[in-house]
Design a protein around this ligand. Structure first.
Ligand SMILES: [Zn+2]
Length: 234
C-alpha cells in the first residue's frame, strides 16, 4: 500500500470511529431509557405521596378517637355531678358545659369521618397505583436492555476499527503520523483527497497553479490544502 492509500485508510477508520462515537452518544435508546426512568421516579414519588396521605388521615382518625374518649369521660363525669346538684344555677352551668362538650364531640366526629373518607380514597388510589408498578418497572428494564444491546453493537464495531487503526498507523512514517495527529486534533479530518481541482475536505476548488503544485509533489509528500490546511492526497 502506498502511503497515500494508508493515509486515506487511516482517515476513513478515524472518521468511521468518530461517527460511531457520535451515534453512541445520541442513541434513541438512551432517550427512551431516560424517559422510562423518569416514569419510574414519578411513580415512586406518587406512591410516597399516597402513603403520606394515608398516614396523615390515619393519624387524624386516631387523634379524633382519643379526643372522643376524653369528651365522653368528661361528659360522664359532669352527668354524675348533675345528679347530685341541687342549686338550679349550678345545674344550669353544668347543663351548659354538657352542651358545649356535645357540640365539640359532634365537630370532632365530623372531622374523623372526613379523615376516614380521605384515608379510604387514598387507599383505593394506592391499590390502583401499585397495580401499575410491574409494567412501569418492566418498561424501564427493557429500555435499559435495549440501550445495552445498541451500545454493545457500536462497541463491537469500534473495537474492530481500533484494531484496524493500530495495524495501519505503524505503516506511516513518524513525521507524517505526527502531522496527521496534529491536524486531526485541530480540524477532525486531517487528510483529504484532491479530486480534479477540488479538495474533498473543504469542498473548495484550488487554482490551477495550486493543483499543479500538489500534483508535482514527490511520492509520499502531501501538501496542505491552501483553503483548509488538510493534507491533500492526489
Ligand atoms: Zn481543503
Amino acid at each position: 500500500m502506498s502511503s497515500a492509500e494508508v493515509l486515506l485508510d487511516l482517515q476513513r477508520i478515524d472518521t468511521g470511529a468518530d461517527q460511531l462515537r457520535h451515534r453512541r452518544e445520541h442513541l434513541g435508546e438512551r432517550e427512551r431509557l431516560v424517559a422510562a426512568t423518569a416514569q419510574v421516579n414519578s411513580w415512586e414519588s406518587t406512591r410516597v405521596a399516597l402513603l403520606e396521605r394515608i398516614a396523615a388521615s390515619a393519624a387524624i382518625v386516631e387523634e379524633v378517637e382519643l379526643e372522643g374518649e376524653r369528651i365522653d369521660s368528661e361528659s360522664a363525669r359532669l352527668n354524675a355531678q348533675m345528679r347530685t346538684v341541687i342549686a338550679p344555677r349550678e345545674a344550669e352551668a353544668l347543663q351548659h358545659e354538657l352542651e358545649t362538650l356535645a357540640a365539640k364531640r359532634a365537630e370532632s366526629d365530623e372531622r374523623g369521618l372526613l379523615a376516614l373518607t380521605e384515608q379510604g380514597e387514598a387507599e383505593t388510589e394506592l391499590a390502583e397505583h401499585l397495580g401499575a408498578e410491574e409494567s412501569i418497572r418492566e418498561a424501564a428494564r427493557s429500555a435499559d436492555e435495549q440501550l445495552q444491546i445498541a451500545e454493545a453493537a457500536i462497541d463491537f464495531e469500534l473495537a474492530d476499527l481500533e484494531s484496524r487503526r493500530s495495524e495501519v498507523r505503524p505503516l506511516l512514517v513518524d513525521g507524517l503520523l505526527a502531522r496527521y495527529d496534529r491536524l486531526r486534533s485541530k480540524i477532525g479530518v486531517a487528510a483529504a483527497r484532491l479530486t480534479g481541482s477540488r479538495c474533498e475536505g473543504c469542498h473548495l476548488d484550488l487554482s490551477a497553479a495550486e493543483v499543479d503544485e500538489v500534483r508535482r509533489a514527490p511520492e509520499g509528500e502531501f501538501p496542505d490544502c491552501p483553503q483548509c490546511g488538510r493534507m491533500l492526497v492526489r
